[in-house]
Design a protein around this ligand. Structure first.
Ligand SMILES: [Zn+2]
Ligand SMILES: [Zn+2]
Length: 552
């Protein structure tokens, strides 16, 4: 088949990082978006709710975007959808459960009315502009996940989002291997595939292995069981419900995202939980401890989540009791290890028993390990390979695996967000570079918090603040009264008291001597003195007002 035209592959998120997955395909000025996810903030991103991809490139070309296809309902794939649809109101295509979870998300953000949502069953093919998109079922840690075959005149692309080759999936629905073989026969020009576990040898265990581990937890727990996981980890919710039924406990859900997701997944038939097992939280809290299991969010220790609040003793509806067993059922997302560890310690201090993945197999990864990645490469036999979803080291390792299974090194292309890749004439090369960074979402503000603000917050959090208010005589330039000084988060009150006389003296010298051009110079004088004395650099803010002295 002759290849015509140029296809641009535009990675906007998930390449060089874990999270906020988003890729766009551009052919003859028409653009298809695949996934629109969020990333959770790192420890040092203070006050940030989450991060969305920088999709300015797409916003500028909004009229050329023909649609959005979503591979599955995890936050790192659908979390930014309401932001994207707000700027680029185009049809969305996904499988029934994914559409259901998108509806929940849009409704929570008052964005449902305008959205054009199209339900597409796995196994079907849709035409979106010049893109012929085949959705095929793959196993992951959420039901109804798909990979995509994208055919354009420039060639056939297989976009393998998160997947694992699970032969005994919780929902009994294995990966569509026949489709993968079919692609291979047709000739795949480029494969994009999940690199999350590219450093992990062997096979990822089946979701099924969690069953016995959960059984053990249910057998041994004498009090309440509290299971924390992601609200979108539907397979895990099913497993906990099964264990609850088996061990005669009632299950209750805490947190609106968990409640909404379970409701839609049950309605669509992706969760099989009998009415007799599920009870409202209020009811569960009245029941005997050994009769209940509570499911909630917060497996990453996020301070705003229910488990985060339980560990801090600030949860509204219920508190940790001494005999509770808390199960954290997810792997730490890179960067979250410290927060999780702190949360575990706090829960232990409150008397709970805590079970996390280091001490029991209560979580398995939803992502393919090396042997599965190699199997995929061998099944698809792509001409070119582009690793996606992972930090640079994982992308590189995945690239090496491809070379190991026989893909020529020059046909493996490892890039990070913002580096466009072009496919034309059956060949692949690097295109232009576009922005591919972070957009911070902080409450209602989107993109208003930038790196400078983040650095300021970090500085404030690390070293505190030193506020100096001075007023000078407009005529003489001399201080009208002693500088007023307030410090917070810097040193103890007593230590501050010891520093203040010298700080005041130095300010007087500078101001009364006229040795400054602006407030900044005064601040610098104070900063260098504070650094000499404490080896710390608080944020120093000086406000200076020029007044006429009041004469009596
Ligand atoms: Zn996923
Ligand atoms: Zn993902």
């Amino acid at each position: 088949m002759s290849k015509n035209g140029k296809l641009k592959i535009i990675p906007l998120g998930g390449l060089g990082e874990v999270g906020k997955n988003m890729t766009a395909y551009e052919f003859q000025n028409q653009i298809l978006i695949v996934d629109a996810g969020i990333m959770f903030p790192h420890n040092d991103m203070l006050g940030i709710d989450y991060i969305i991809p920088d999709y300015e490139y797409l916003r500028k070309k909004a009229r050329q975007v023909v649609g959005i296809v979503i591979t599955h309902g995890h936050e790192d794939h659908i979390g930014a959808i309401h932001h994207v649809l707000n700027d680029i109101p185009v049809p969305v295509y996904a499988t029934p459960l994914t559409i259901g979870l998108i509806e929940v998300k849009l409704a929570r953000n008052n964005a449902i009315s305008k959205a054009m949502l199209n339900t597409v069953e796995a196994g079907s093919t849709i035409e979106i502009g010049p893109f012929q998109v085949e959705l095929f079922h793959i196993c992951h840690s959420i039901p109804d996940a798909v990979g995509l075959g994208i055919t354009t005149p420039a060639g056939l692309i297989v976009h393998m989002s998160d997947f694992k080759f699970d032969h005994t999936p919780v929902d009994g629905w294995p990966t569509d291997y026949a489709k993968l073989a079919d692609f291979s026969t047709r000739g795949v020009d480029l494969l994009l595939s999940d690199s999350t576990n590219a450093e992990r040898p062997g096979w990822t265990p089946s979701e099924k292995v969690i069953g016995p581990a959960l059984d053990k937890v249910f057998e041994e727990a004498s009090g309440r069981i509290i299971v924390a996981t992601f609200a979108s980890l539907i397979s895990r919710i099913q497993q906990v419900a099964d264990a609850a039924g088996k061990h005669g406990r009632k299950m209750a859900l805490a947190g609106s995202s968990m409640i909404d997701n379970v409701k839609i997944a049950r309605k669509l038939g992706y969760l099989d939980i009998p009415d007799s097992v599920l009870v409202p939280l209020e009811q569960a809290l009245q029941m005997q401890d050994h009769k209940v299991v509570l499911m909630c969010t917060g497996s990453q220790g996020e301070p705003s989540s229910i488990v985060g609040r339980l560990s801090a003793g600030t949860n509204r509806q219920f508190d940790i009791k001494a005999n509770d067993t808390v199960v954290l059922s997810s792997h730490p997302i890179p960067g979250n290890e410290e927060t999780i560890s702190k949360t575990i310690n706090r829960l232990l201090r409150r008397g709970a028993k805590v079970i996390y993945d280091a001490i029991a197999p209560i979580h398995v990864s939803g992502h393919a390990s090396q042997e599965e990645q190699k199997l995929l490469l061998n099944l698809i036999k792509p001409k070119h390979f582009l690793p996606i979803h992972g930090e640079l080291r994982q992308l590189r390792r995945h690239g090496q695996l491809a070379v190991e299974v026989g893909i020529p090194e020059e046909c493996v292309i490892v890039v990070e967000n913002g580096q466009i890749v072009e496919l034309s004439g059956g060949r692949i090369k690097l295109g232009e570079r576009i922005p591919g960074g972070y957009v911070f979402v902080d409450g209602q503000s989107i993109g208003e918090v930038d790196y400078d603000i983040m650095r300021e917050r970090e500085k404030l959090a690390r070293n505190g603040i030193f506020l100096i208010d001075i007023s000078v005589d407009d005529y003489s330039g001399r201080l009208l009264h002693d500088p007023e000084i307030i410090t917070r988060g810097f040193v103890s009150a007593e230590d501050a008291e010891k520093l203040l006389p010298e700080v005041r003296r130095r300010i007087m010298d500078v101001v009364n001597g006229g040795g400054y051009d602006s407030e900044k110079d005064i601040a610098n004088t104070v900063k260098s003195y504070l650094y000499e004395e404490t080896k710390r650099r608080p944020m120093v803010l000086v406000t200076l007002s020029k007044n006429k002295p009041v004469r009596v």
